[in-house]
Design a protein around this ligand. Structure first.
Ligand code: DOR
Ligand code: ZN
Length: 346
């Protein structure tokens, strides 16, 4: 008989875009209802590069938190060519910066101030290695000559592998992996390298972008790859390996910004994210490994305690809303209008 409920320690989301202002207010409850902590991406405009900006952003997040929800934002610093190792160290020692985020310049949304050449950041990365502070990597090259579906694999060869050889003790999370090359690279690396996997990359392949027409709400970066890669991601996530953990990369943009001439990259995964992961583990007959992926592997990698509270998910169908209203215009959640098998018990 199929299991109908699963109880686990309360999970964390190791990769979230909470945005700011009206969007922050509208999307934060979706993350905070499921997750005790989340790694907050710093790609605001302007990016969160300094302690003062991170402290102010953290306060805005806490102010937007609905009463009764217990949620801790874990702040990150946006790495740029001129990031100051002393500022990063001060932020880490003050308990403000949990990690540092590397966006290759122009790789994705709000990455214009990102890193143009990894060599320019070696002083910061060496300091982080000494502090045991994780580097979170958007792993795509930006070379326009490289096919968009190859940019992750080429990043691993050209940037990540050399960086690992140079600084093997630096803790790195390869974020939102999308390829079997990334799975293989992470699996064969030492335990200073780990990866997050999103719900959407476990559920869709690149056909979803073109099914019956152009589907802007299936577009994110790194873009979904072919089916063989999706299957490799499902195997990795459900394998029981401690190197893979939950990171939704929920990245809301108003519908009007997705459905236009040059639509924004980003999938608003938060409204059903935890439930969709549970469904994947159930389909793969791996529910007994769900707690490790959702609630244990991440904290262990970050050197943080696992959460003590517990949650329960039940097999009880419900529908994802078509839209989520915000003062900046409506959002379209991932799989809007579709039926989801699992539900978080309140
Ligand atoms: O699809 C994406 N959206 N990928 C990213 O790396 C950034 C994110 C965003 O901020 O919208
Ligand atoms: Zn992201």
């Amino acid at each position: 008989m199929a299991t109908d409920t699963i109880s686990l320690r309360r999970p964390d989301d190791w990769h979230v875009h909470l945005r700011d202002g009206a969007l922050l207010e509208a999307v934060l409850p979706f993350t905070a209802r499921s997750f005790a902590r989340a790694i907050i991406m710093p790609n605001l405009v302007p990016p969160v590069t300094r302690m003062a900006a991170a402290e102010a952003y953290r306060r805005r997040i806490l102010a937007a938190l609905p009463p009764g929800l217990d949620f801790t934002p874990l702040m990150t610093a946006y790495l740029s060519d001129d990031s100051d190792p002393d500022e990063i160290e001060r932020g880490r020692r003050a308990g403000l910066f949990t990690a540092v985020k590397l966006y290759p310049a122009h790789a994705t949304t709000n990455s214009a101030a990102g890193v143009t050449d990894i060599a320019k950041t070696y002083r910061v990365l060496e300091r982080m290695a000494a502090l045991g502070m994780p580097l979170l990597v958007h792993g795509e090259v930006t070379d326009p000559a490289i096919d968009v579906f190859d940019r992750e694999a080429v990043f691993i060869d050209r940037v990540l592998a050399p960086l690992r050889r140079r600084l093997p003790e630096l803790k790195i999370v390869l974020e939102h992996i999308t390829t079997s090359e990334a799975v293989d690279f992470v699996e064969s690396a030492s335990d200073t390298l780990a990866a997050t996997i999103t719900p959407h990359h476990l559920l869709i392949n690149r056909n979803a972008l073109f099914s019956g027409g152009l589907r802007p709400h299936m577009y994110c970066l790194p873009v979904a790859k072919r089916e063989t890669h999706r299957l490799a991601l499902r195997r990795a996530a459900t394998s029981g390996s401690a190197k893979f953990f939950l990171g939704t990369d929920t990245a809301p943009h108003p519908i009007a910004d997705k459905e236009r001439d040059c639509g924004c990259a980003g999938i608003f995964a938060a409204p059903a994210a935890l439930e969709l992961y549970a469904g994947v583990f159930a389909e793969e007959q791996a529910l007994e490994r769900f707690e490790a992926f959702a609630s244990l592997n991440g904290p262990r990698f970050y050197g943080l305690p696992a959460n003590e509270q517990r949650i329960t998910l039940a097999r009880r169908p419900w529908r994802v809303p078509q839209t989520v209203p915000t003062a900046a215009g409506p959002l379209r959640p991932f799989l809007a209008g579709e039926e989801i098998a699992w539900q978080l018990q309140s």
